[in-house]
Design a binder for this molecule. Structure first.
Ligand code: FAD
Length: 374
Protein backbone atom coordinates (compact mmCIF):
# COMPACT_ATOMS: atom_id res chain seq x y z
CA UNK A 1 0.00 0.00 0.00
CA UNK A 2 1.36 3.45 -0.94
CA UNK A 3 1.78 6.17 1.67
CA UNK A 4 -1.33 8.09 0.58
CA UNK A 5 -3.45 4.93 0.51
CA UNK A 6 -2.29 4.09 4.04
CA UNK A 7 -3.16 7.59 5.27
CA UNK A 8 -6.57 7.44 3.62
CA UNK A 9 -7.31 4.09 5.19
CA UNK A 10 -6.70 5.68 8.62
CA UNK A 11 -8.97 8.62 7.70
CA UNK A 12 -11.70 6.28 6.46
CA UNK A 13 -11.61 4.12 9.58
CA UNK A 14 -11.67 7.20 11.79
CA UNK A 15 -14.59 8.78 9.90
CA UNK A 16 -16.56 5.53 9.99
CA UNK A 17 -16.02 4.99 13.70
CA UNK A 18 -15.98 8.49 15.16
CA UNK A 19 -17.98 10.68 12.77
CA UNK A 20 -20.55 8.68 10.77
CA UNK A 21 -22.65 7.48 13.76
CA UNK A 22 -23.16 11.08 14.98
CA UNK A 23 -23.62 13.04 11.76
CA UNK A 24 -27.35 13.73 12.08
CA UNK A 25 -27.26 14.31 15.84
CA UNK A 26 -24.56 17.02 15.46
CA UNK A 27 -26.39 18.50 12.47
CA UNK A 28 -29.69 18.83 14.32
CA UNK A 29 -28.09 20.23 17.48
CA UNK A 30 -25.61 22.43 15.53
CA UNK A 31 -23.00 20.81 17.78
CA UNK A 32 -19.29 21.27 17.06
CA UNK A 33 -17.62 18.04 18.24
CA UNK A 34 -14.46 19.30 19.96
CA UNK A 35 -13.51 15.77 21.02
CA UNK A 36 -13.33 14.68 17.36
CA UNK A 37 -10.96 17.55 16.61
CA UNK A 38 -8.69 16.54 19.50
CA UNK A 39 -8.48 13.06 17.99
CA UNK A 40 -7.92 14.48 14.50
CA UNK A 41 -5.02 16.42 16.03
CA UNK A 42 -3.58 13.23 17.56
CA UNK A 43 -3.72 11.61 14.12
CA UNK A 44 -1.83 14.52 12.50
CA UNK A 45 -4.75 15.84 10.45
CA UNK A 46 -4.70 19.34 11.94
CA UNK A 47 -1.20 20.11 10.71
CA UNK A 48 -1.28 18.27 7.42
CA UNK A 49 0.73 20.77 5.40
CA UNK A 50 3.42 21.78 7.89
CA UNK A 51 6.91 20.28 8.14
CA UNK A 52 7.53 17.77 10.91
CA UNK A 53 9.96 20.15 12.64
CA UNK A 54 6.92 22.34 13.44
CA UNK A 55 4.89 19.36 14.61
CA UNK A 56 3.12 18.97 11.28
CA UNK A 57 2.56 15.84 9.21
CA UNK A 58 4.74 17.15 6.36
CA UNK A 59 2.32 16.03 3.67
CA UNK A 60 1.51 17.54 0.28
CA UNK A 61 -1.51 19.47 -0.97
CA UNK A 62 -2.44 16.33 -2.92
CA UNK A 63 -2.53 14.35 0.34
CA UNK A 64 -4.42 17.16 2.03
CA UNK A 65 -7.07 17.26 -0.72
CA UNK A 66 -7.48 13.49 -0.50
CA UNK A 67 -7.92 13.69 3.30
CA UNK A 68 -10.52 16.49 3.01
CA UNK A 69 -12.41 14.49 0.35
CA UNK A 70 -12.48 11.40 2.54
CA UNK A 71 -13.89 13.24 5.56
CA UNK A 72 -16.37 15.23 3.45
CA UNK A 73 -17.74 11.99 1.99
CA UNK A 74 -18.98 11.33 5.55
CA UNK A 75 -19.57 14.82 6.98
CA UNK A 76 -18.98 18.10 5.14
CA UNK A 77 -19.15 20.11 8.37
CA UNK A 78 -16.13 18.39 9.88
CA UNK A 79 -14.21 18.74 6.63
CA UNK A 80 -15.07 22.47 6.45
CA UNK A 81 -13.82 23.20 9.96
CA UNK A 82 -10.72 21.09 9.37
CA UNK A 83 -10.05 23.01 6.14
CA UNK A 84 -10.51 26.44 7.76
CA UNK A 85 -8.08 25.40 10.49
CA UNK A 86 -5.42 23.86 8.24
CA UNK A 87 -5.33 25.89 5.05
CA UNK A 88 -6.67 29.26 6.21
CA UNK A 89 -5.86 30.18 9.84
CA UNK A 90 -2.82 27.98 10.51
CA UNK A 91 -1.44 28.25 7.00
CA UNK A 92 -1.54 32.05 7.03
CA UNK A 93 0.65 31.94 10.16
CA UNK A 94 2.96 29.36 8.60
CA UNK A 95 3.24 31.04 5.19
CA UNK A 96 3.66 34.62 6.29
CA UNK A 97 4.64 34.43 9.96
CA UNK A 98 8.08 35.20 11.38
CA UNK A 99 10.10 32.29 12.68
CA UNK A 100 9.08 33.15 16.25
CA UNK A 101 5.38 33.29 15.28
CA UNK A 102 5.69 29.92 13.54
CA UNK A 103 7.38 28.37 16.58
CA UNK A 104 4.84 29.88 18.98
CA UNK A 105 1.69 28.79 17.13
CA UNK A 106 2.21 26.01 14.59
CA UNK A 107 3.15 23.12 16.93
CA UNK A 108 0.08 23.69 19.13
CA UNK A 109 -2.20 24.19 16.12
CA UNK A 110 -0.82 21.11 14.36
CA UNK A 111 -1.35 19.01 17.50
CA UNK A 112 -4.96 20.18 17.79
CA UNK A 113 -4.25 21.67 21.20
CA UNK A 114 -5.47 24.94 19.67
CA UNK A 115 -7.80 25.54 16.73
CA UNK A 116 -7.44 28.44 14.29
CA UNK A 117 -9.98 30.70 12.61
CA UNK A 118 -9.43 33.14 9.74
CA UNK A 119 -11.38 36.35 9.26
CA UNK A 120 -11.51 38.35 6.08
CA UNK A 121 -15.29 38.70 5.55
CA UNK A 122 -17.27 41.56 7.04
CA UNK A 123 -20.87 42.75 6.71
CA UNK A 124 -19.91 45.12 3.91
CA UNK A 125 -16.86 43.25 2.65
CA UNK A 126 -17.81 39.87 1.20
CA UNK A 127 -16.87 39.25 -2.43
CA UNK A 128 -15.21 42.66 -2.32
CA UNK A 129 -12.86 41.84 0.54
CA UNK A 130 -10.89 45.01 -0.13
CA UNK A 131 -13.85 46.86 1.41
CA UNK A 132 -12.60 45.88 4.90
CA UNK A 133 -13.80 48.34 7.57
CA UNK A 134 -12.11 46.87 10.66
CA UNK A 135 -9.28 49.14 11.71
CA UNK A 136 -6.00 48.60 13.53
CA UNK A 137 -4.35 51.72 14.96
CA UNK A 138 -0.87 51.74 16.40
CA UNK A 139 -0.65 52.89 20.04
CA UNK A 140 2.88 52.68 21.45
CA UNK A 141 3.87 49.01 21.50
CA UNK A 142 0.37 47.85 20.72
CA UNK A 143 -2.23 47.80 17.95
CA UNK A 144 -5.84 48.61 18.78
CA UNK A 145 -8.41 46.78 16.66
CA UNK A 146 -12.04 47.83 16.18
CA UNK A 147 -14.66 46.28 13.91
CA UNK A 148 -16.32 42.95 13.29
CA UNK A 149 -15.88 39.89 11.11
CA UNK A 150 -18.83 37.89 9.75
CA UNK A 151 -19.34 34.19 9.06
CA UNK A 152 -16.09 33.10 10.70
CA UNK A 153 -15.59 29.33 10.71
CA UNK A 154 -14.36 28.01 14.09
CA UNK A 155 -14.83 31.46 15.70
CA UNK A 156 -16.24 30.23 19.01
CA UNK A 157 -14.03 27.14 19.30
CA UNK A 158 -10.68 28.51 18.15
CA UNK A 159 -7.90 29.78 20.38
CA UNK A 160 -6.43 32.11 17.76
CA UNK A 161 -7.70 33.95 14.73
CA UNK A 162 -5.90 35.62 11.86
CA UNK A 163 -7.86 38.80 11.18
CA UNK A 164 -7.50 41.42 8.48
CA UNK A 165 -7.73 45.10 9.42
CA UNK A 166 -7.08 48.45 7.76
CA UNK A 167 -3.83 50.04 8.94
CA UNK A 168 -3.67 52.74 6.27
CA UNK A 169 -7.05 53.92 4.96
CA UNK A 170 -5.49 55.92 2.13
CA UNK A 171 -3.63 52.95 0.64
CA UNK A 172 -6.69 50.92 -0.46
CA UNK A 173 -6.07 47.20 -0.49
CA UNK A 174 -2.37 47.86 0.18
CA UNK A 175 -3.45 49.40 3.50
CA UNK A 176 -4.84 46.13 4.91
CA UNK A 177 -2.72 44.11 7.36
CA UNK A 178 -3.12 40.72 9.04
CA UNK A 179 -3.01 40.18 12.81
CA UNK A 180 -2.86 37.10 15.00
CA UNK A 181 -5.43 37.62 17.73
CA UNK A 182 -5.72 35.46 20.84
CA UNK A 183 -9.44 34.83 21.24
CA UNK A 184 -9.12 35.01 25.03
CA UNK A 185 -8.23 38.69 24.62
CA UNK A 186 -10.91 40.70 26.52
CA UNK A 187 -11.23 43.11 23.56
CA UNK A 188 -12.67 40.46 21.25
CA UNK A 189 -15.88 38.52 21.70
CA UNK A 190 -17.94 36.01 19.81
CA UNK A 191 -21.13 37.61 18.52
CA UNK A 192 -23.98 35.96 16.63
CA UNK A 193 -23.82 32.22 16.08
CA UNK A 194 -25.31 31.59 12.62
CA UNK A 195 -28.25 29.20 12.24
CA UNK A 196 -27.37 27.60 8.92
CA UNK A 197 -28.98 25.68 6.05
CA UNK A 198 -26.13 23.16 6.09
CA UNK A 199 -22.65 22.58 7.50
CA UNK A 200 -24.42 22.88 10.83
CA UNK A 201 -21.82 21.06 12.93
CA UNK A 202 -19.22 23.54 11.70
CA UNK A 203 -19.04 26.57 13.98
CA UNK A 204 -19.84 29.88 12.20
CA UNK A 205 -20.02 33.11 14.23
CA UNK A 206 -19.35 36.82 14.15
CA UNK A 207 -16.25 38.14 15.93
CA UNK A 208 -16.53 41.62 17.43
CA UNK A 209 -13.51 43.74 18.35
CA UNK A 210 -13.91 46.70 20.69
CA UNK A 211 -10.61 48.39 21.51
CA UNK A 212 -8.94 45.02 21.19
CA UNK A 213 -5.30 45.60 22.15
CA UNK A 214 -2.72 43.25 20.70
CA UNK A 215 1.07 43.46 21.00
CA UNK A 216 3.11 44.81 18.10
CA UNK A 217 4.34 41.29 17.32
CA UNK A 218 0.74 40.25 16.55
CA UNK A 219 1.23 41.83 13.12
CA UNK A 220 1.46 38.91 10.65
CA UNK A 221 3.51 39.49 7.52
CA UNK A 222 4.43 42.96 6.38
CA UNK A 223 2.28 45.94 7.29
CA UNK A 224 -0.02 46.58 4.32
CA UNK A 225 0.40 43.10 2.79
CA UNK A 226 -2.58 41.46 4.55
CA UNK A 227 -4.93 41.62 1.58
CA UNK A 228 -2.44 40.30 -0.96
CA UNK A 229 -1.34 37.55 1.45
CA UNK A 230 -5.01 36.65 2.03
CA UNK A 231 -5.52 36.16 -1.70
CA UNK A 232 -2.54 33.78 -1.73
CA UNK A 233 -4.00 31.90 1.23
CA UNK A 234 -7.32 31.62 -0.62
CA UNK A 235 -5.49 30.20 -3.66
CA UNK A 236 -4.54 27.24 -1.48
CA UNK A 237 -7.78 27.22 0.51
CA UNK A 238 -9.86 26.85 -2.65
CA UNK A 239 -8.19 23.52 -3.32
CA UNK A 240 -9.67 22.28 -0.07
CA UNK A 241 -13.15 23.59 -0.96
CA UNK A 242 -12.82 21.76 -4.29
CA UNK A 243 -11.87 18.59 -2.38
CA UNK A 244 -14.72 19.17 0.06
CA UNK A 245 -17.10 19.38 -2.93
CA UNK A 246 -15.73 16.17 -4.46
CA UNK A 247 -16.13 14.42 -1.10
CA UNK A 248 -19.74 15.51 -0.59
CA UNK A 249 -20.60 14.60 -4.20
CA UNK A 250 -18.96 11.20 -3.78
CA UNK A 251 -20.83 10.53 -0.53
CA UNK A 252 -24.11 11.34 -2.28
CA UNK A 253 -23.18 9.24 -5.33
CA UNK A 254 -22.19 6.18 -3.27
CA UNK A 255 -25.43 6.36 -1.27
CA UNK A 256 -27.39 6.65 -4.54
CA UNK A 257 -25.62 3.70 -6.15
CA UNK A 258 -26.45 1.50 -3.15
CA UNK A 259 -30.03 2.72 -2.99
CA UNK A 260 -30.64 2.24 -6.72
CA UNK A 261 -29.67 -1.43 -6.45
CA UNK A 262 -31.90 -2.00 -3.40
CA UNK A 263 -35.02 0.00 -4.16
CA UNK A 264 -37.54 -1.91 -6.27
CA UNK A 265 -40.38 -0.44 -8.30
CA UNK A 266 -42.31 -2.00 -11.17
CA UNK A 267 -40.92 -5.37 -10.05
CA UNK A 268 -37.23 -4.55 -10.46
CA UNK A 269 -34.44 -2.48 -8.88
CA UNK A 270 -34.66 1.15 -10.01
CA UNK A 271 -30.99 0.77 -11.12
CA UNK A 272 -32.39 -1.15 -14.10
CA UNK A 273 -34.16 1.95 -15.41
CA UNK A 274 -32.11 3.82 -17.98
CA UNK A 275 -33.04 7.22 -16.49
CA UNK A 276 -31.43 6.24 -13.17
CA UNK A 277 -28.42 4.69 -14.91
CA UNK A 278 -27.80 7.92 -16.82
CA UNK A 279 -27.98 9.94 -13.60
CA UNK A 280 -25.40 7.65 -12.01
CA UNK A 281 -23.18 7.71 -15.10
CA UNK A 282 -23.19 11.52 -15.21
CA UNK A 283 -22.50 11.77 -11.48
CA UNK A 284 -19.55 9.35 -11.61
CA UNK A 285 -18.07 11.07 -14.67
CA UNK A 286 -18.39 14.61 -13.36
CA UNK A 287 -17.03 13.65 -9.93
CA UNK A 288 -13.96 12.06 -11.54
CA UNK A 289 -13.39 15.17 -13.67
CA UNK A 290 -13.78 17.42 -10.60
CA UNK A 291 -11.24 15.32 -8.69
CA UNK A 292 -8.78 15.54 -11.60
CA UNK A 293 -9.04 19.35 -11.64
CA UNK A 294 -8.60 19.38 -7.86
CA UNK A 295 -5.53 17.17 -8.04
CA UNK A 296 -4.08 19.25 -10.87
CA UNK A 297 -4.39 22.37 -8.71
CA UNK A 298 -2.81 20.48 -5.80
CA UNK A 299 0.13 19.36 -7.98
CA UNK A 300 0.70 22.91 -9.25
CA UNK A 301 0.62 24.17 -5.66
CA UNK A 302 3.01 21.41 -4.52
CA UNK A 303 5.38 22.37 -7.35
CA UNK A 304 5.41 25.93 -5.97
CA UNK A 305 4.00 27.37 -9.19
CA UNK A 306 1.33 30.03 -9.73
CA UNK A 307 -1.93 28.29 -8.81
CA UNK A 308 -4.55 31.08 -8.82
CA UNK A 309 -6.27 30.02 -12.04
CA UNK A 310 -6.05 26.27 -11.36
CA UNK A 311 -7.46 26.44 -7.84
CA UNK A 312 -10.29 28.74 -8.99
CA UNK A 313 -11.12 26.34 -11.85
CA UNK A 314 -11.11 23.35 -9.51
CA UNK A 315 -13.24 25.13 -6.91
CA UNK A 316 -15.73 26.44 -9.49
CA UNK A 317 -16.18 23.16 -11.33
CA UNK A 318 -16.13 20.83 -8.33
CA UNK A 319 -18.62 22.89 -6.32
CA UNK A 320 -21.07 23.13 -9.21
CA UNK A 321 -20.71 19.41 -9.99
CA UNK A 322 -21.35 18.67 -6.33
CA UNK A 323 -24.52 20.77 -6.21
CA UNK A 324 -25.76 18.90 -9.31
CA UNK A 325 -24.76 15.49 -7.95
CA UNK A 326 -26.49 15.94 -4.61
CA UNK A 327 -29.66 17.13 -6.37
CA UNK A 328 -29.59 13.98 -8.52
CA UNK A 329 -28.96 11.91 -5.41
CA UNK A 330 -32.15 13.24 -3.78
CA UNK A 331 -34.04 12.55 -7.03
CA UNK A 332 -32.77 8.95 -7.19
CA UNK A 333 -34.00 8.45 -3.62
CA UNK A 334 -37.46 9.78 -4.47
CA UNK A 335 -39.46 10.71 -1.36
CA UNK A 336 -36.87 9.03 0.84
CA UNK A 337 -34.33 11.57 -0.42
CA UNK A 338 -36.40 14.25 1.23
CA UNK A 339 -36.34 12.50 4.59
CA UNK A 340 -33.64 12.85 7.21
CA UNK A 341 -33.32 9.05 7.66
CA UNK A 342 -31.24 8.96 4.45
CA UNK A 343 -27.86 10.74 4.14
CA UNK A 344 -28.53 12.50 0.83
CA UNK A 345 -30.84 15.07 2.42
CA UNK A 346 -27.91 16.43 4.43
CA UNK A 347 -25.44 16.28 1.54
CA UNK A 348 -27.93 18.35 -0.49
CA UNK A 349 -28.03 21.03 2.22
CA UNK A 350 -24.32 21.03 3.08
CA UNK A 351 -23.06 21.26 -0.46
CA UNK A 352 -24.43 24.72 -1.23
CA UNK A 353 -21.75 26.31 0.92
CA UNK A 354 -19.16 25.11 -1.61
CA UNK A 355 -20.34 27.51 -4.33
CA UNK A 356 -20.18 30.39 -1.83
CA UNK A 357 -17.37 30.03 0.75
CA UNK A 358 -13.83 31.18 -0.12
CA UNK A 359 -15.27 33.12 -3.05
CA UNK A 360 -18.56 32.52 -4.88
CA UNK A 361 -18.79 30.84 -8.28
CA UNK A 362 -19.18 34.27 -9.85
CA UNK A 363 -15.94 35.43 -8.23
CA UNK A 364 -14.13 32.23 -9.37
CA UNK A 365 -15.21 33.03 -12.94
CA UNK A 366 -13.82 36.56 -12.56
CA UNK A 367 -10.53 35.18 -11.23
CA UNK A 368 -10.27 32.66 -14.08
CA UNK A 369 -11.18 35.23 -16.74
CA UNK A 370 -8.63 37.70 -15.33
CA UNK A 371 -5.98 35.04 -15.57
CA UNK A 372 -6.97 34.14 -19.15
CA UNK A 373 -7.09 37.75 -20.31
CA UNK A 374 -3.91 38.79 -18.51
C1 FAD B 1 -20.75 28.74 6.43
C2 FAD B 1 -19.83 29.84 6.02
C3 FAD B 1 -18.52 29.85 6.47
C4 FAD B 1 -17.65 30.90 6.14
N1 FAD B 1 -16.38 30.94 6.69
C5 FAD B 1 -15.62 32.05 6.50
C6 FAD B 1 -14.37 32.19 7.19
O1 FAD B 1 -13.94 31.30 7.96
N2 FAD B 1 -13.67 33.34 7.03
C7 FAD B 1 -14.09 34.35 6.21
O2 FAD B 1 -13.40 35.35 6.09
N3 FAD B 1 -15.28 34.23 5.52
C8 FAD B 1 -16.04 33.12 5.66
N4 FAD B 1 -17.25 33.01 5.00
C9 FAD B 1 -17.70 34.10 4.14
C10 FAD B 1 -17.71 33.80 2.64
O3 FAD B 1 -16.40 33.72 2.15
C11 FAD B 1 -18.56 34.88 1.97
O4 FAD B 1 -19.91 34.64 2.35
C12 FAD B 1 -18.41 34.88 0.47
O5 FAD B 1 -17.13 35.29 0.08
C13 FAD B 1 -19.46 35.79 -0.22
O6 FAD B 1 -19.55 37.03 0.39
P1 FAD B 1 -20.99 37.61 0.78
O7 FAD B 1 -21.66 36.56 1.60
O8 FAD B 1 -20.84 38.94 1.40
O9 FAD B 1 -21.78 37.72 -0.58
P2 FAD B 1 -21.78 39.01 -1.59
O10 FAD B 1 -20.38 39.41 -1.89
O11 FAD B 1 -22.72 40.03 -1.06
O12 FAD B 1 -22.40 38.35 -2.90
C14 FAD B 1 -23.80 38.29 -3.18
C15 FAD B 1 -23.95 37.82 -4.62
O13 FAD B 1 -23.39 38.82 -5.51
C16 FAD B 1 -22.43 38.21 -6.35
N5 FAD B 1 -21.37 39.15 -6.67
C17 FAD B 1 -20.68 39.97 -5.80
N6 FAD B 1 -19.76 40.66 -6.48
C18 FAD B 1 -19.84 40.30 -7.78
C19 FAD B 1 -19.15 40.68 -8.97
N7 FAD B 1 -18.15 41.56 -8.96
N8 FAD B 1 -19.52 40.09 -10.14
C20 FAD B 1 -20.52 39.18 -10.16
N9 FAD B 1 -21.20 38.78 -9.08
C21 FAD B 1 -20.87 39.34 -7.91
C22 FAD B 1 -21.93 37.02 -5.55
O14 FAD B 1 -21.29 36.07 -6.38
C23 FAD B 1 -23.19 36.52 -4.91
O15 FAD B 1 -23.90 35.76 -5.83
C24 FAD B 1 -18.11 31.94 5.29
C25 FAD B 1 -19.43 31.91 4.79
C26 FAD B 1 -20.29 30.90 5.16
C27 FAD B 1 -21.70 30.93 4.65
Amino acid sequence: MGERAAILSVVRDFADAEIRPHVMEWDEAQHFPSEVFRKLGDLGFLGVLFPEEYGGAGLTYGDYAAIVEEIAAVDGSIALSLAAHNSLGSNHIFQFGSESQRRRYIPKLAAGEWLAAWGLTEAEAGSDASGTKTTAVRDGDEWVLNGSKNFITNASVAKVAVLMAVTDRGAGKHGISAFIVDLENPGIRVGKKENKLGMRASDTCTLVMEDCRVPSDALLGKEGSGFIDSMKILDGGRISIAALSVGIARGAYEASLRYAKERRQFGRPIAEFEAIQFYLADMATEIDAARMLTMRAASVKDAGEEVTRYSAQAKLYASEVAVRATERAVQIHGGYGFIKDYPVEKFYRDVKLCTIGEGTSEIQRLVIARSLLG
